[in-house]
Design a protein around this ligand. Structure first.
Ligand code: ZN
Length: 134
């Protein structure tokens, strides 16, 4: 039985579960941040890396021939959207893309992809760097 269910079925288990979840949150906070390589704004963290189509990293090119090496992330609290969503030349069929920029320095860091609420971020890996000390 999963630990969370076992805890819920015991008396007082709800409180233990809350403590456990708080500990998991604390663990996640220690995951290294990925910073904007230009201004060091916190963009996302290592634990937010996810695979899309079985791969975290994708090498993609736009209609102008620019090549990007992007990583997929389930969240990116340090970016803001810029411009309108579009389906033109989407690297992930079914997903609309929207440019995202660093919320502090406005550098173009990647794209937010959305397919009816199924959302992820594709961030240009060369434009991020790992927090110092990791
Ligand atoms: Zn920045």
């Amino acid at each position: 039985m999963p630990l969370t269910l076992a805890l819920l079925e015991r008396e007082g288990g709800g409180l233990e579960l809350e403590k456990l979840l708080a500990r998991l949150d604390a663990t996640r906070e220690r995951s290294p941040w990925l910073l904007c390589a230009a201004c060091e704004q916190r963009i996302t963290d290592n634990a937010a890396r996810i695979p899309i189509h079985d791969q975290h990293e994708h090498t993609v090119s736009n209609p102008h021939g620019f090549v990007f090496r992007i990583g997929c992330f389930d969240s990116a609290p340090g970016v803001v959207e810029d411009g309108e969503p579009s389906t033109y030349w989407s690297w992930f069929p079914g997903y609309r893309w929207q440019i995202v920029v660093c919320q502090q320095c406005r550098w173009h860091l990647g794209w937010r992809f959305d397919n009816d609420g199924d959302t992820f971020f594709g961030l240009v890996l060369d434009r991020l760097r790992l927090e110092r000390g990791f």
